[in-house]
Design a protein around this ligand. Structure first.
Ligand code: FES
Length: 680
C-alpha cells in the first residue's frame, strides 16, 4: 500500500506513491502550503516540519526516515540562508513511508492573523496580490509569439492561472522584455485579482527570483488626521504605522465647513483633493522609509473615510453631501488604479480599494467599523459608537443592523471648550473630584502621576499643563456631576451652593477651577458654564442618534456598547455614562474597540473575502437619517440633562450615587447621597 501522508493542522490525509514531493501531495489534497517559486527550491515558502514516532490520534507510527534525506538544494539553502531545526523544504522532501507533516503558520498562504483587541478575532489572509516565479520559453523564429504571450503560457502551465484575459498595463509591458532577458527567461511577477475582478492583472515584474515582500497601506482618512498602517501582504503583520494631520484643515475644521468651502469657492473641491493627495504621497514615502522598504513594494492601498473625505479623495465635488437628500455620487465600493487617485509615491501599478459608504452621512469608515466589529454576527444587541465630530452609530444583532450618524461637533475633541486642546502631551486627560472636599486631582498626557502625587511638578515640567483634551473634559464634567458641583440641568453651582472656593463667578454663571496655574506659570484651567453647554449639545446628539436607532428596533435597552475611534478608545465608560452620552447598560458591558475603522481597513487589505463580505453586509444595513427625523429633536432635548431627563439609568445608579442639587434658584446643594468611594 502507498504511504499515508497526514497534514496538520488541517488533518487532510491521503496515500501517495513513495517519492512524491510533499508539496505535490499538499497540492493534491488542497492543503494550504505556500510556494512562490513553484517547487524549484528557491523561495523557501514551502517549509514544513515532519513528525516522528507514535501518532495515536492519527493511528500511525512515523519512522525516523519517513521523508527522503536532505538533498543538495536543501543543503545549499541551509548553508546560505539557514533552515530552522527540523524544517524541510516541502518541494524537495519526498515521501518514503507513512508520515505526519505539520505546516507551520508562516508557510500557509491563508494564515490566521490574530488580532489583539477587546473582542479577539482572526483575520484569514486572502490578499488580492501575490508573487509568482515563472520560467518562460525563449522566443523562437519558427514559432513566433510575443514575450507576454509566452509569460501567460508559463503562468497557466506552472501555476494553473487562467490567463486568457490577463492584463498588463503599459508600465509593466515596458519592464517585461528587459526583465525576461536579465533573468535568463525567469521572472517574478506580482499578480493582482480583486474579489470582483474577472481577470488577473500583472502589477509588477522583476528578473529572476525576487526575494521581496509586498506591502499594502490601510488608510483611515479622517477629517482631522490621516492614519496609515503599512501591512505585509504575505502575513498581515504591520511593518510600520504613521499619521499626519489632514492638510484640508486649512480649508475648514469640520466637514461641513469644507463642503461650504467647495460651495463658495469655484475649484475649492479640487484644491482640497490636491492637498489630501499630496499628504498621502508624503505619508507613503515616510512610512516606507520608516519601515526600510522601497515604496515601490507598496502595491495596494485600502481607504476608509467619511462621505465628504471619500468624495474629496476621489476628486468628486462634495456639494451634494451638504444638503438634503445628501446624495453620494456612489455608495459602492471602488477598485481603482492608485494612479487615478494621484497616488504616485507607491508602485506605478498599485491598486486602490475604497470600502463602500453606507449612506450620505454614514461613510466607508463606518463600513470598516462593521467589518471589524461584526454587529451582524452578534448574538446580543450591540451599540457601536464611533465617536468623532460626526458620530457614526451602528445598532443591531444577527437579525438586523441599523446605522445613522449624528452631528456631535468638535467638543469631544477639545474644540469649543475654553481650555480645550487636542490630545497631546500636557493636556489633562483624567480627572477625579473628591465629593467631600470638592478638590480635584488630574493626570496629564505624558505622565502617569496624579497631580497630587509627589514628583508630579517635576514630571510635567517639560510639557507643562496646557489645557484639557476630550477625555479630560468628559471626566471633569461627569466628576462635577457626582461631586454635586453641577445639577442635572448642567448648571454649575456657586461657592455658596457647593461649599468650595473653586466655584468662581463668571459673568452671570459660574466656573470650576480645575487647575490654578498662576503659581507655576501654566494657564489657569477651568470648566466654564459654556464648556458644560458645549458638552451637553455634543452628548445629546450622540444619545439621540443611538435612541433613534433603538426606537427603530422597538427596544429601550441595549445589551452592550462598543466605543471606537481614536477618541472613543480613550473615554472612560463610567464617565461617558454619567454624562449620558450612551444609553444605560451594565458598565462591564461597555468596552473599547480602539480604532476599529483602521482595523477594518487592515482586514480589507488582507482579505478579498472580507471585502466581498462587507459589501454584502453594507447592502443589508438599514440606514436611518437623523436630519429629517422629528423624534431626533425630542430625544435630543430629553438628553440635555445629565445623565438624562427621563431615562432612569438604573444600571448606572447601581454603581454611582448621583446627587440631585438644583442650582436654578441659587438655593444650594442638596446634601444627601453624594458620598461615594474614590476610584482606584
Ligand atoms: Fe519554493 Fe519550495 S516551493 S522553495
Amino acid at each position: 500500500m502507498d504511504p499515508l501522508v497526514i497534514f496538520t493542522p488541517s488533518g487532510k490525509r491521503g496515500r501517495f506513491p513513495a517519492g512524491t514531493p510533499v508539496l505535490t501531495a499538499a497540492r493534491q489534497l488542497g492543503v494550504d502550503l505556500d510556494s512562490v517559486c513553484g517547487g524549484r527550491g528557491i523561495c523557501s515558502k514551502c517549509q514544513i516540519t515532519p513528525g516522528s514516532g507514535e501518532f495515536p490520534k492519527h493511528g500511525v507510527t512515523v519512522a525516523a526516515q519517513a521523508l527522503s534525506k536532505f538533498n543538495n538544494v536543501e543543503q545549499r539553502y541551509d548553508r546560505v540562508r539557514g533552515l530552522k531545526k527540523g524544517r524541510r523544504l516541502g518541494c524537495q522532501a519526498r515521501v518514503q513511508s507513512d508520515v505526519v507533516i505539520d505546516v507551520p503558520p508562516e508557510s500557509q498562504v491563508h494564515k490566521q492573523v490574530v488580532r489583539k483587541a477587546a473582542a479577539e478575532r482572526d483575520i484569514k489572509m486572502d490578499p488580492a496580490t501575490r508573487l509568482f516565479y515563472v520560467e518562460v520559453q525563449e522566443p523562437d523564429m519558427h514559432d513566433p509569439s510575443g514575450d507576454l504571450e509566452r509569460l501567460k503560457t508559463a503562468l497557466a502551465e506552472q501555476w494553473q492561472i487562467e490567463t486568457r484575459s490577463l492584463r498588463a498595463d503599459l508600465p509593466v509591458l515596458a519592464k517585461l522584455q528587459p526583465a525576461l532577458r536579465k533573468g535568463k527567461w525567469a521572472v517574478t511577477v506580482a499578480l493582482h485579482r480583486g474579489h470582483a475582478d474577472l481577470h488577473e492583472r500583472i502589477l509588477d515584474i522583476w528578473p529572476g527570483y525576487l526575494e521581496t515582500r509586498l506591502y499594502g497601506l490601510a488608510i483611515d482618512l479622517g477629517s482631522t488626521t490621516i492614519a496609515a498602517h503599512l501591512t505585509d501582504l504575505g502575513n498581515g503583520s504591520v511593518a510600520a504605522s504613521a499619521g499626519v494631520m489632514n492638510p484640508q484643515i486649512r480649508f475648514g475644521e469640520d466637514l461641513m465647513s469644507r463642503v461650504s468651502y467647495a460651495m463658495m469657492n469655484p475649484g475649492g473641491d479640487a484644491e482640497m483633493t490636491t492637498a489630501v493627495r499630496e499628504a498621502l504621497n508624503g505619508l507613503t514615502a515616510d512610512i516606507a522609509a520608516e519601515a526600510g522598504i522601497d515604496a515601490a513594494q507598496i502595491v495596494e492601498a485600502v481607504f476608509v473615510c467619511n462621505p465628504v473625505m471619500h468624495h474629496l479623495l476621489l476628486g468628486l465635488d462634495p456639494v451634494e453631501l451638504g444638503q438634503a437628500p445628501f446624495a453620494l455620487a456612489t455608495s459602492d465600493a471602488l477598485s481603482l488604479n492608485a494612479r487615478q487617485l494621484g497616488l504616485n509615491a507607491m508602485s506605478a501599478s498599485a491598486r486602490a480599494y475604497v470600502l463602500p459608504c453606507i449612506a450620505g452621512h454614514v461613510g466607508a469608515d463606518c463600513a470598516a467599523v462593521a467589518l471589524s466589529e461584526e454587529p451582524q454576527k452578534s448574538q446580543d444587541l450591540v451599540l457601536i459608537v464611533d465617536v468623532g465630530t460626526n458620530a457614526e452609530i451602528l445598532l443591531g444583532d444577527k437579525t438586523r443592523v441599523l446605522a445613522c450618524s449624528s452631528p456631535t461637533g468638535p467638543a469631544f475633541e477639545g474644540a469649543q471648550i475654553s481650555a480645550g486642546q487636542r490630545a497631546a502631551p500636557g493636556a489633562i486627560e483624567r480627572v477625579e473630584i473628591d465629593p467631600a472636599t470638592k478638590e480635584p486631582r488630574f493626570k496629564v498626557i505624558g505622565s502617569d502621576l496624579w497631580s497630587c502625587d509627589p514628583g508630579f511638578a517635576e514630571a510635567t515640567a517639560v510639557t507643562g499643563i496646557t489645557g484639557i483634551c476630550g477625555s479630560g473634559i468628559i471626566e471633569a464634567v461627569a466628576e462635577m456631576r457626582i461631586a454635586g458641583l453641577l445639577d442635572a440641568s448642567g448648571r454649575i453651582g456657586s461657592a455658596k451652593d457647593t461649599g468650595t472656593a473653586r466655584a468662581v463667578p463668571q459673568g452671570r454663571t459660574h466656573a470650576y477651577i480645575l487647575h490654578d496655574g498662576t503659581a507655576n506659570g501654566s494657564p489657569r484651567i477651568a470648566v466654564t458654564q459654556g464648556d458644560i453647554r458645549a458638552i451637553q449639545l455634543a452628548k445629546s446628539a450622540l444619545y439621540a442618534g443611538a435612541r433613534l436607532l433603538m426606537d427603530e428596533l422597538g427596544t429601550d435597552h441595549v445589551d452592550r456598547v462598543v466605543l471606537t475611534g481614536a477618541f472613543g478608545a480613550n473615554i472612560s465608560p463610567k464617565h461617558a455614562m454619567i454624562l449620558g452620552m450612551i444609553p444605560d447598560c451594565p458598565l462591564d458591558k461597555v468596552t473599547s474597540a480602539g480604532n476599529a475603522a483602521g482595523t477594518g481597513a487592515r482586514i480589507a487589505l488582507c482579505s478579498r473575502t472580507a471585502r466581498a463580505g462587507i459589501e454584502r453586509v453594507v447592502n443589508e444595513i438599514h440606514k436611518v437619517e437623523t436630519a429629517i427625523e422629528p423624534r431626533f429633536q425630542e430625544h435630543f432635548i430629553a438628553a440635555n440633562a445629565i445623565p438624562h431627563a427621563t431615562a432612569p439609568f438604573k444600571e448606572l445608579r447601581k454603581v454611582v450615587d448621583l446627587p440631585s442639587p438644583d442650582f436654578s434658584t441659587g438655593a444650594g446643594a442638596d446634601s444627601g447621597g453624594r458620598r461615594r468611594r474614590r476610584r482606584g
